[in-house]
Design a protein around this ligand. Structure first.
Ligand code: PRP
Ligand code: GUN
Length: 179
């Protein structure tokens, strides 16, 4: 499987190290405000990053999952459709949303809006990757692992046609894989 990768952009060691730094930073920041977030991970891409990150969050957290996809035409929820909703209520809770990548920013913007409409007290975002060059809506993650250039990447949760999510690093696919 690894022969589909042209080059490694972020190594496994770098991801593990950065996840530990982010976990510590997040723990310190929430401790300062005496809050414990509900960690909400967006399926499926964020799962490997969630698993790495939460080992380093030294707070009494709980986590839950949501699955959304792009959708046009439902005014009540904007441009996303909820494929799997949270099991628990977010009313009055501080939410830490976990993403694998912020690209156009649309997913983040809509999910943040949705959680606030459901009564969340506040929504912060941690994303493993950020592609600022691709942004079309104004939104930034509060915590970012790595800023990357505008190239299509796979691995550590990110897929091409649902494949390569289990690669332990972030890599750029060989062009022939698309053909
Ligand atoms: O900033 P945006 O342009 O909105 O793109 C980012 C979103 O796209 C990907 O999800 P996808 O819908 O591919 O689902 P997946 O996590 O199951 O791969 C990724 O996991 C983010 O949620
Ligand atoms: N797998 C994958 N999904 C994305 N969604 C937005 N950007 C990307 C990317 O570079 N790779």
């Amino acid at each position: 499987m690894r022969d589909v990768i042209d080059r490694i952009l972020v190594s496994e060691e770098e991801i593990v190290k950065r996840s530990s730094e982010l976990g510590k930073q997040i723990s310190d920041d929430y401790r300062k405000t005496n809050e414990t977030p509900l960690v909400v991970a967006l399926l499926k891409g964020s799962v490997p990053f969630l698993a790495e990150l939460i080992k380093h969050i030294d707070l009494d957290i709980q986590f839950d999952f949501m699955d959304v996809s792009s959708y046009q035409g439902t005014e009540s929820i904007g441009d996303i459709r909820i494929d799997k909703d949270l099991d628990c209520s977010v009313k009055g809770l501080s939410i830490l949303l976990v993403e694998d990548i912020v690209d156009t920013g649309r997913t983040l913007k809509e999910v943040t809006k949705l959680l606030m409409n459901k009564g969340a007290k506040d929504v912060k975002v941690v994303s493993l990757l950020d592609k600022p060059d691709r942004r079309v809506v104004e939104i930034e993650a509060d915590y970012v692992g790595f800023e990357i250039p505008n190239e299509f990447v796979v691995g550590f949760g990110l897929d091409y046609d649902q494949k390569y999510r289990n690669l332990p690093y972030i890599g750029v696919l060989k062009p022939e894989v698309y053909k």
